[in-house]
Design a binder for this molecule. Sequence first.
Ligand SMILES: Cc1cc2nc3c(=O)[nH]c(=O)nc-3n(C[C@H](O)[C@H](O)[C@H](O)COP(=O)(O)O)c2cc1C
Length: 315
Amino acid sequence: MLRIEKEVILAPMAGYTHSAFRRLARELGADRTYSELMNATGIIYRGDERELSYFTDLERPIHLQVYGRNPEEIARASEILVKKYRPDAIDINFGCSVKKVLKAKAAGYLLQFPKEMGKIVEETVKTLKPYGVPVTAKIRLGFYEDNLEEIAENLLSAGVSAIALHARTANQGFTGVADWKRVKDLKEMAGSVPVIGSGDIRSWREINEKFEESGCDGVMVGRAAVSNPWIFKEYREKRDIEVPLSERVDFILKEISLMWEFFDRERACRVIKAHVTQLFKGIRGKARLNDAVMRSKTCAELIESLLRIKEEFSP
Ligand SMILES: Cc1cc2nc3c(=O)[nH]c(=O)nc-3n(C[C@H](O)[C@H](O)[C@H](O)COP(=O)(O)O)c2cc1C
């Protein structure tokens, strides 16, 4: 049984939530982390997951997230991950709705077939039982229509250990607003199985509100944590924290150096650029800062320009 009690969780985000960022988020107070989605076929046939599944004990409890098309494949890929890396849980992605994934009839596509979702969870639970590793699921309300009840029923009877709900339909993408009333409904349906709510959290105050309003067991923070990873600390300390530019630059430099453990040096610098732009959001002179960062072609240039920015903006 997976125990989740009032946890604030770093949401899985492809391209952002690798081992380095997860570690920094845990340091700042996130209670639990997830890897980004990894393709089951790639894991089975090509060992594609090597970089994405890298984690250290500092990121625990960690869920490694898998997506795919059919039960046997997802169960087999999950077993490979469990044997190699011993994560605290395997999470199955039923939410992603980017074109490539939909074309493969995987992840969010499966929201249209709740029985199939149940079969996937059932097969994976059965396969991982000897290892004692729980299976969780991350879902949306449905694909075109909200059919949360039917989805939840199938997952719960298949033995899912926790459900995270991004309270929009797949068809909505990121438009409209997340419907947290449905997180509350899911909590009522799920009984003792923990429910984690996700969608549109922007501040530590909203984390508080969502716990109160929905009674959920966990609140996930996604985009807001990318631009403000200090949100976890703010929630713990129940206060707003103003983070100066120099500290943001230090955060990025630390993140890059941690990324070198599992990414090639230059690759790390390319990947971090998207994060830098987010971390400079709302900062005075951000256009010029971003420009300096984006123009750097090598890792050495990037670090040099970050150090220059830090010096220039230090009080
Ligand atoms: C850039 C990006 C990448 C994402 N990648 C994943 C992913 O790999 N797996 C997943 O389950 N959800 C993924 N999500 C969805 C988030 O986990 C989360 O449910 C969603 O962003 C809503 O929360 P937010 O409003 O706090 O960002 C991603 C979201 C974003 C913005």
